[in-house]
Design a protein around this ligand. Structure first.
Ligand SMILES: CC(C)(COP(=O)(O)OP(=O)(O)OC[C@H]1O[C@@H](n2cnc3c(N)ncnc32)[C@H](O)[C@@H]1OP(=O)(O)O)[C@@H](O)C(=O)NCCC(=O)NCCS
Length: 148
């Protein structure tokens, strides 16, 4: 199915952005009893938003957050539950890494939920530091050097 995926950047505040926010809400927030606050939405103005479509259906999304130290941080990767474990997440992350590499970033960082660590390791990310709690669940800091 991955050859039928289309990935593009979407603008904060556009209808496509709100669709990604809804997917992140359903996949990441609702299961742990969280909701988006107006402050969350405001903070996301500074991120780059990527959407992955399977036909006319939103299949996955993520955000990239340019950091002051010159790294870039991947945030809130979410794949539609019925399309998980079919290569969608891997394709979207590869696209985001390529975008970041071309934009001059040399390192991608992220906070991985413990349940997603194996996924990120399969994509070449390494754990750094100790496990910590964020939004009520255990996470690991992970990163990957973006080679040219
Ligand atoms: C975690 C998530 C983003 C992975 O995306 P996906 O589309 O399901 O994963 P892919 O099919 O692209 O998997 C890529 C590789 O990682 C492996 N993998 C994926 N999910 C895995 C898991 N939960 N456990 C172990 N391995 C996993 C796959 O086997 C695959 O390896 P392969 O290419 O050798 O077959 C997706 O399942 C998801 O949205 N989960 C819920 C939300 C979440 O946890 N987001 C991340 C927050 S940090």
């Amino acid at each position: 199915m991955t050859q039928h995926l289309e990935i593009c950047e979407v603008a904060h505040g556009s209808p496509e952005y709100w669709e990604t926010a809804d997917l992140r809400n359903r996949v990441l927030r609702q299961p742990i009893g969280l909701k988006f606050s107006p402050e969350d939405i405001e903070a996301e103005k500074h991120y780059r938003h990527f959407a992955c479509y399977f036909g006319d259906r939103l299949a996955a999304c993520l955000m990239l957050d340019p950091l002051e130290n010159g790294d870039i941080r991947m945030r809130q990767l979410a794949v539609l539950p019925e399309l998980q474990r079919q290569g969608v997440g891997k394709s979207l992350v590869a696209h985001a890494e390529e975008w970041a590499r071309k934009a001059g970033y040399r390192r991608m960082t992220l906070h991985a939920r413990e349940t997603a660590v194996t996924f990120y390791e399969a994509l070449g990310y390494s754990r750094g530091g100790a496990r910590f709690e964020e939004v009520t669940i255990q996470h690991w800091a992970m990163d990957k050097r973006l080679t040219i």
